[in-house]
Design a binder for this molecule. Structure first.
Ligand code: CUA
Length: 327
């Protein structure tokens, strides 16, 4: 390769590498190369382990890539004949011992650190019954549904008490598929698997946190998001009490419409499924129940395990949707 071409190729590779590196940093949310800011003890420990490993891998990356560049420049062929043989070296005992022992020590250090952090990631701190709660997180194509201790339900937004241990039982309906519950600020990913209950927890301050599905689960996986709204305990208690009182009400119905129907439908335009505004099913309790519980064509049985009150809630809401202009 002529020198000019070689130099240009080198610059292009360098520029591409830098661009990819910066793009990755920018894409990783506000934390740059780090995970999003942790707001729960388990999330803190995950970030600690990440940083600990990043230090070693960062050093190794610099040493290896640095040596690569230095060697490529220093030992380039230059004017030597193409057929000239380099010096023949057999064995370098000291070097070989170093490059065996150092990685062993690094792996031992990483292993020790992770196993030291692990119990505090998987197991919640102990708390009295009054200072904790349990919420079942159910993944479904393509929404998240939350079941509270008193039987109340919410869809798309989990409400949870602040600064208390929230035990999460993560499940998927037996007629559904695998999902993965992930609230990056509040901990790691947990699979939602049909027929199995997995457990996780968090303990976080007041705030709203973004959750997403982290397991490819079908057509609308990418929009299968949710929010976790962490509020003072008294607000949490009154939310679930009120929700239980009004279990067939418009508030739940709107959540169901916004997070379940709207995943695939728009009111006025065709999206994944047809437009809904002038669909007579919006006012037909029996009809809408049949299609929701059994599915039809490409539409999954999104509500196969809903209570009657949940269907009532949806129809109560869809009846408020204004009909399109009809001639
Ligand atoms: Cu559910 Cu991806």
């Amino acid at each position: 390769m002529p020198l000019g071409v070689r130099r240009r190729a080198f610059l292009i590779v360098l520029a591409t590498g830098c661009t990819l590196f910066l793009a990755a940093a920018a894409a990783a949310d506000s934390g740059g190369l780090l995970p999003p800011t942790p707001h729960s003890p388990n999330a803190h420990r995950i970030t600690d382990a990440y940083v600990f490993i990043l230090v070693f891998t960062g050093i190794i990356f610099l040493v290896v890539e640095g040596a690569l560049v230095v060697f490529a420049v220093r030992y380039r062929r230059g004017r030597r004949a193409r057929t000239a043989e380099g010096p023949q070296i057999h064995g370098a005992t000291r070097l070989e011992i170093i490059w065996t022992v150092v990685p062993v020590l690094i792996l031992a250090a990483i292993g020790t650190f992770v196993f030291w952090k692990l119990p505090g990631i998987s197991g919640p701190p102990s708390a009295s019954a009054a200072e904790e709660t349990s919420i079942t997180v159910e993944g479904r194509q393509f929404y998240w549904m939350f079941h509270y201790p008193n039987g109340a339900v919410s869809v798309g937004t989990m409400v949870a008490p602040a600064d208390q241990v929230v035990h999460e039982a993560v499940v998927s309906s037996v007629d559904d598929v695998n999902h993965s519950w992930w609230v990056p600020n509040l901990g790691g990913k947990v699979d939602a698997i049909p027929g199995r209950t997995n457990h996780t927890w968090f303990k976080g301050p007041v705030g709203t946190y973004v959750a997403r599905c982290a397991e490819l689960c079908g057509l609308q996986h990418a929009v299968m998001g949710a929010h976790v709204r962490v509020v003072p305990r008294s607000e949490y208690d009154s939310f679930i009490a009120q929700r239980k009182n009004d279990e067939g009400g418009v508030a739940l119905g709107k959540e169901e419409f916004d997070y379940v129907c709207s995943t695939c439908h728009r009111l006025d335009t065709t999206y994944v499924g047809p437009a809904l505004r002038s669909n007579p099913l919006l006012r037909d309790r029996k009809g809408i129940e049949a299609i929701l519980r059994k599915g039809v064509g490409q539409m999954p049985a999104v509500a196969s395990d809903w209570t009657d009150a949940q269907i009532d809630a949806l129809i109560a809401y869809t009846k408020t949707v204004k009909r399109g202009s009809q001639h």
